[in-house]
Design a protein around this ligand. Structure first.
Ligand SMILES: *Cc1c(COP(=O)(O)O)cnc(C)c1O
Length: 431
């Protein structure tokens, strides 16, 4: 497999773009490689500038639930395009989009569109703080909520801690209000609330974490978060940027039976265009400007092209509820196939799967928190990764990324992937 053109583009790119990429993971650094530049995508496949075609499990990191260039999602976009790409004034399609989200998601009465997941979570925090009049927020180690200052935080030493910035440029003064807790650890949350509960504006959580590999939240844990936030007049925010409209049309409230006060969206609801959204109960959302005093705005918010694709995506999901079962079946076929390969090769590694998300961890045992995944064998993973790529399988270039399945992935794609998986594991473990 040749990467000559990608290599040349990368050499040019690093002259003008930091690291040659517009988002760090794309640099392939974690797997010790150089980035692959993409020419086009079609269905479940993606083709690079050197003409190599791969079965794509990145799928734009989640948005492409129907694969690349889905004709029914893109149908009519040209007409929309020719009507203009942005107005800076409201449109009918924004209303329809908001209505679709509100009707699908239990607990959300109003929603505000933004342009990325980062903007959605950042804005939701401001609203939660404005609404409660409190400053502290709780997040969980290993959950990612975009790159705003308050959320670029990991736990310091000890279990009950104030966060420390994970990036230079984030002032300690800003993150002193961010408390970091172990995921799925009810006792740790309880202790945190006993000490700081009166000052906690909100808890933000990925109900299924897709940013430390794939770590499912436990139903009891989420139920506890609901209970404790209610008891302390704090808000519960579900970051559904990955899980929203992926776990099911009703997202996490339907999947787990737990209803948050606010939720954040991104990825799928833009179907591949730049979108985010945050919403909540009416009394919460009505403190947002211009109804209320909490300021939040955006030049391209509710962009007509993004709304067009987002609306088409949501409508397709709404009208075809069987899609979720189909995705689940495909993902469990893949997960089970990987488990069978592991067994045949006498390897003890853990595979997690929730809905259309799958992850193979290069470690064994239970996977419930960042603690459980942080010691994965990255050297073996990297060998595995390269061997998969050579066999035409494109996955997120890091251990801590999930495989994203789409309806475009066929059984044949999955069988090709499983064969590659078997061979790549053999390469990684010298079997
Ligand atoms: C991707 C992601 C974000 C950030 O979204 P961007 O559009 O990249 O800013 C936030 N939360 C979660 C759970 C995500 O996976």
């Amino acid at each position: 497999m040749q990467h000559t053109k990608s290599k040349a583009l990368y050499e040019e790119a690093v002259k003008y773009i930091p690291g040659g990429v517009n988002s760090p993971v794309r640099a392939f650094k974690a797997v010790g490689m150089e980035p692959i530049f993409i020419e086009k995508g079609e269905g479940s496949k993606i083709t690079d500038v050197d003409g190599n075609t791969y079965i794509d499990y990145i799928c734009s990191w989640g948005p492409l639930l129907f694969g690349h260039g889905s004709p029914d999602i893109l149908e009519g976009i040209q007409e929309q395009l020719l009507k203009g790409t942005s107005y800076g004034a409201p449109t009918a399609i924004e209303v329809e989009m908001a209505k679709l989200i509100v009707e699908a998601y239990e607990g959300i009465d109003e929603v505000r569109m933004v342009s990325s997941g980062t903007e959605a979570t950042m804005s939701a925090l401001r609203v939660a703080r404005g609404y409660t009049g409190k400053n502290k927020i709780v997040k969980f180690e290993g959950c990612y909520h975009g790159h705003s200052d308050a959320l670029l935080v990991k736990s310091g030493s000890g279990t009950l801690t104030f966060g420390v910035p994970t990036s230079p440029g984030v002032p300690a003064d800003v993150v002193k209000h961010t408390l970091v807790c172990e995921y799925n650890n009810q006792e740790a949350v309880k202790a945190l609330f006993e000490e700081h509960g009166e000052d906690i504006a909100c808890v933000i959580v990925e109900t299924v974490s897709g940013n430390m590999g794939l770590v499912p939240g436990k139903k009891e844990f989420l139920e506890y978060l609901r209970e404790v936030t209610k008891a302390y007049n704090s808000l519960l925010i579900f970051d559904e940027v990955i899980t929203g409209f992926r776990l099911g049309y009703g997202s996490s409230p339907e999947y787990f039976g737990v209803v948050p006060d606010m939720a954040c969206f991104g990825k799928i609801i833009g179907g591949g265009l730049p979108v985010g959204a945050y919403g909540g109960r009416k009394d919460i959302m009505e403190i947002v400007s211009p109804c209320g005093p909490v300021y939040q705005a955006g030049t391209l918010s509710g962009n007509p092209l993004a709304m067009y694709v987002g609306k088409k995506t949501l409508e397709k999901l709404k009208n075809n509820p069987g899609i979720y079962k189909e995705l689940e079946q495909k993902a469990s076929y893949l997960a089970q196939g990987i488990r069978n390969n592991l067994k045949a090769l006498d390897l003890e590694l853990t595979v997690t799967q929730v809905g259309s998300l799958v992850c193979l961890f290069f470690t064994s045992g239970k996977i419930e928190s960042y603690e459980d995944v942080k010691d994965c064998d990255l050297e073996k993973f990297n060998k595995y990764y390269k061997a998969m790529l050579e066999r035409g399988i494109l996955m997120g270039p890091a251990q801590f990324e999930a495989l994203f399945l789409s309806t475009a992935h066929t059984k044949e794609d999955l069988d090709v992937t499983l064969k590659a998986n078997y061979e790549a594991l053999k390469v990684a473990y010298n079997k």
